[in-house]
Design a protein around this ligand. Sequence first.
Ligand code: SAM
Length: 271
Amino acid sequence: MNSSNPVAVKFSQAATTYKQHDVLQRITAEKLFNKAALKGSLVDIGCGPGTDFTGFGQDITKVTAVDLSEQMLAVVNQSFPSYLTLCADAANLPLSKQQFDGLYSNLVLQWCGDLTAVFNEFHRVLKPQATCLISIVTSGSLPELETLGLGHNAFRTVEEITEAIDSEYWQVDSVNECSESLYFNDLRTLLYSIKGVGASVKSHQENSHNNGTEKSSSDKSSSNISSTAVERVTLRGRKDWLALKQHAETIRQAEGIPLTYQITYLQLTKK
Ligand SMILES: C[S@@+](CC[C@H](N)C(=O)[O-])C[C@H]1O[C@@H](n2cnc3c(N)ncnc32)[C@H](O)[C@@H]1O
């Protein structure tokens, strides 16, 4: 799976540096932690290098950490030796039915092509009344990259996300969309913040559903966000890179150069 899936390959490359660049992940994780208490057996879908769930107290008895990337799971094994790890796709979980009391998934589902299949799998592996806490990058994210003429992935709207949740099987406790802005001292750090979390690859959603909908204000041939943009501009020459840096200064605010994400937070209960 690792070598053939481009999302897994990119995240595997980022596995060892990820923790230096996970500012957004920590903000969204804290918001998920504050939403509801999780207890009992928990499955973390798209776990990345692993999340410390001690913030939820002693009520979590067992964590199963699932990710497409073997390298991310290797980091989990080192940092959280008590967690069970499983290399699998969120849309096709090799797990038996009704075994978890809770599900946590932070900033992962924007990579998944078939959200309906994903929610069906979540429903299958959870016990009745289990809680799901999910955050997803949503449409309207990364407007600054568009301003700078850099391409980025297309993300789903909140409506497209909620359409994939069948109300016959799920109680939707809350859906909130929030804007999360990060600020950087310079453009290079901003662009590497995206590479550092392995996000410099087109999402599966875009590959399978949104061909041709990539957002790019000046270069329609560019397919990737972030560091690929850095590398591309660097390859075109120092002059282009300096021009881009100068352009970035025009959007600088008091806190730094902004990068804004729209995040949808979901709390669901399995019916
Ligand atoms: C942005 S990282 C988030 C990691 C972690 N949840 C956190 O909060 O730091 C996204 C993770 O999702 C994983 N991933 C992407 N698509 C996936 C899929 N379809 N199934 C399972 N994991 C996936 C990637 O390998 C990566 O480790």
